[in-house]
Design a protein around this ligand. Structure first.
Ligand code: SAM
Length: 655
């Protein structure tokens, strides 16, 4: 289910929201917060005695986010009391999200939660399918909002839940949600002792939960309600999910104290940040004397997602990655000193592209607030410069200075930067030894390789197919061009509004070039692409073309243009274990376990999309290492798995 429709709200006389689609209420007017505490917090016994003393994070999953009241009540419970685990990861599904405006209005009934409600409102995603990650209280509270059907969304989740809040509309009004598929997913995601509670005592819920292994008890309902249900999972330890055996992730049971990261570009810096946020000490090793000197070193990079016509895993990664980066930048730099949310225009200069963009929007996958189709005239006034083609406008997108972003990500006190070039890595009993070209060496229990196209220079990762793609950007002299451009404009190339009086535009895409020099030919190529998008600006640039400065860098790309993020496979062992794929791509491997290098991970291959894929990939890796529920759906995680090329090559009989 990828078309998300907002809930149709009718406002009652007392200003509480009523859902017209299901003809039911979101919360008990006046007593909603008390009911939430009674049914869900007390119903799941969320007190210290219920958890091991060393449990750091409580993981709650909810069916039906609605107005978010249960979330706010629970988040405040965690923040205000020392009697439960100190951190909360709250996962909630929602098929018909409230609009941002309705959410704000609904929550205005609860002034005691106004601070958290304001943070929820700021980060609240547009109505687009998939998982959305929101953070509160310096990361102590994480909210994963999954927009889509409950059973389907949970079927894509990788992780384990401690307590379930079953809060869909009443089974009589919404029978579809309380389905056997949902109960099966609950069992899969539970561990022995996982609790649940729900306001309803309907037979279909009682029987459904019993059938999948929950012990179900009735107890007195809230206020005048007669009964509700509570219980816990007593079934067998759930089997690992079905799926491709080669994408089974290695177990990671204890959070490491320290991790070493190789590479100081966007990938390495965002990985370091995500780990440091979790209280892990990070050593970041960068071979140059500065961070972000290679692919992440341009003055400005466009921050937006080029979306596909139909729903794809790649599109899902780019869309949720874009929204994630926007939230992260807002958090790190609310003053917008290193980025600008000036909007991005994606032009359609050919009829074919115009049709593609229109049919993309006609699918209804992307809400208007995220992207809309505009005429050339509208785009000209949005951009403040003449545009001759129609196209898409992304109002919340913009540009980022990747280098400043890298610096900001690594100012964390738990990140230490070492400038050294790593020559090799080797496994020594329980740790990794990292040797540099100057004969220095470091030891690390966990190691993450984030050094772009150099990621396969090590013996363990030599099999990774990475290819550098040369790109040159052009930079105009200060104050040489009329500075009235207001937004980023992308066509074949892109240009951002002037920064300190200079425009940065480009970039070439050269699969073969190895040249590090800036060339006039490439400047001319960039100008010719610019003239298709912004003819007036291009004409001014042509006049100063011999004064243009430039910068070349190499994007690190992969054969399928998706990043490589995940555990490092042991290539020979993979080939041996899954050799039958050469003869039969449908071979059943039973309990085959893929072998990975212990505690070695990869985060590379972000091409020119690092601004939207690096931060989300970093969170994904940190979640894997810390054994958290993962913030991307499993099918998307599989498309990032670095082992996918070994498997493809076996199937193609290329190895
Ligand atoms: N927990 C909410 C709160 O604190 O405001 C109230 C939830 S309301 C009673 C029930 C929610 O379940 C609605 O927002 C509704 O859109 C959602 N819902 C209904 N059917 C669903 C389904 N199949 N999958 C996901 N969400 C669903």
């Amino acid at each position: 289910m990828h078309n998300i429709r907002n809930a149709l709200i009718r406002w009652c006389k007392d200003n509480s929201p009523h859902c017209a689609t299901f003809d039911d209420i979101y919360f008990n007017p006046g007593a909603g917060a008390d009911e939430s505490r009674y049914v869900f917090i007390d119903g799941n016994r969320l007190t210290a005695e219920s958890f091991p003393p060393d449990q750091q994070t409580l993981i709650i999953a909810e069916t039906g986010f609605g107005s978010g009241l249960n979330f706010l009540v629970t988040a405040k419970h965690i923040l205000d009391s020392s009697a439960v685990p100190p951190n909360l990861h709250y996962l909630s599904v929602e098929k018909h999200p409230l609009t941002k405006e309705d959410l704000l209005k609904a929550l205005s009934a609860w002034p005691e939660y106004s601070e958290l409600a304001a943070l929820l409102h700021t980060q609240y995603p547009p109505a687009a399918a998939g998982y959305h990650q929101l953070n509160f209280a310096e990361g102590r509270i994480k909210l994963t909002l999954m927009f889509g059907d409950a059973a389907e969304s949970f079927s894509r989740l990788e992780g384990q839940v401690d307590a379930w809040y079953l809060d869909g509309f009443a089974p009589a009004k919404n029978p579809d949600m309380w389905s056997p598929e949902l109960f099966q997913q609950m069992a899969r995601l539970s561990h022995p002792g996982t609790t649940f509670s729900t306001f309803t005592a309907a037979g279909v819920v009682r029987r459904g939960l019993k059938e999948v292994g929950f012990d179900v008890r009735k107890q007195k309902g809230f206020g005048r309600k007669r009964e509700m249900l509570v219980g816990s999972y007593v079934g067998p330890k759930p089997e690992h999910r079905e799926g491709k055996p080669w994408f089974k992730l290695p177990a990671s049971n204890t959070k490491p104290e320290a991790v070493t990261v190789i590479g100081g570009g966007l990938s390495g810096c965002s990985t370091a940040w995500s780990l440091a946020q979790r209280g892990i000490k990070v050593r970041l090793i960068e071979k140059e004397c500065e961070l972000a000197t290679a692919g992440s070193g341009n003055r400005q990079g466009a921050l937006y997602a080029k979306l596909p016509v139909s729903w794809t895993h790649q599109g899902e990664l780019h869309l949720t990655g874009f929204l994630h980066s926007v939230n992260l930048l807002n958090h790190l730099d609310p003053e917008h000193t290193l980025w600008s949310q000036c909007g991005v225009i994606q032009l359609a200069t050919t009829e074919k592209e115009q049709q593609r963009q229109q049919s993309m929007l006609a699918q209804g996958l992307y809400p208007d607030s995220l992207v809309s189709y505009r005429s050339a005239g509208e785009l000209s006034s949005i951009a403040g410069s003449r545009i001759e083609s129609p196209g898409l406008f992304f109002p919340d997108a913009g540009w980022v200075s990747p280098r400043d972003f890298c610096h900001q990500l690594t100012t964390h006190p738990d990140i230490e930067i070492a400038h050294a070039e790593v020559a090799s890595i080797s496994r020594q009993q329980e740790h990794w030894q990292i040797d540099t070209v100057t004969d220095q060496s470091f030891a690390a229990s966990h190691l993450i390789i984030c050094n772009a196209e150099l990621a396969n220079r090590f013996e363990q990762t030599a099999h990774l197919p990475l290819k550098p793609i040369r790109g040159q950007v052009s930079i105009t002299p200060e104050s040489a061009i009329d500075p009235s451009l207001q937004t980023v404009v992308c066509g074949e190339g892109y240009i951002s509004p002037a920064q300190e009086g200079r425009f940065c535009f480009g970039a070439t895409f050269d699969l073969k070039g190895k040249e590090r020099n800036v060339t006039l030919e490439d400047h001319q190529h960039n100008i010719s692409k610019l003239s298709e998008a912004l003819p007036d600006i291009a004409a001014q640039v042509s006049d100063v073309q011999d004064q243009l400065e430039g910068r070349t860098a190499f994007r690190c790309s992969t054969p399928d243009y998706m990043p490589m993020v995940g555990p490092a496979p042991v290539a020979d062992a993979f080939i041996e274990t899954f050799a039958q794929l050469r003869k039969d791509r449908k071979w059943q491997f039973g309990n085959a376990i893929p072998e990975h290098h212990p505690n070695l991970y990869i985060n590379t291959g972000h091409g020119s999309k690092g601004l939207i894929t690096c931060p989300i990939s970093a969170e994904l890796l940190a979640g894997m290492i810390c054994n958290e529920p993962l913030l991307l759906p499993k099918p998307v995680i599989d498309t990032l798995n670095p082992a996918r090329f070994i498997i493809k090559n076996l199937i193609r009989q290329a190895i």
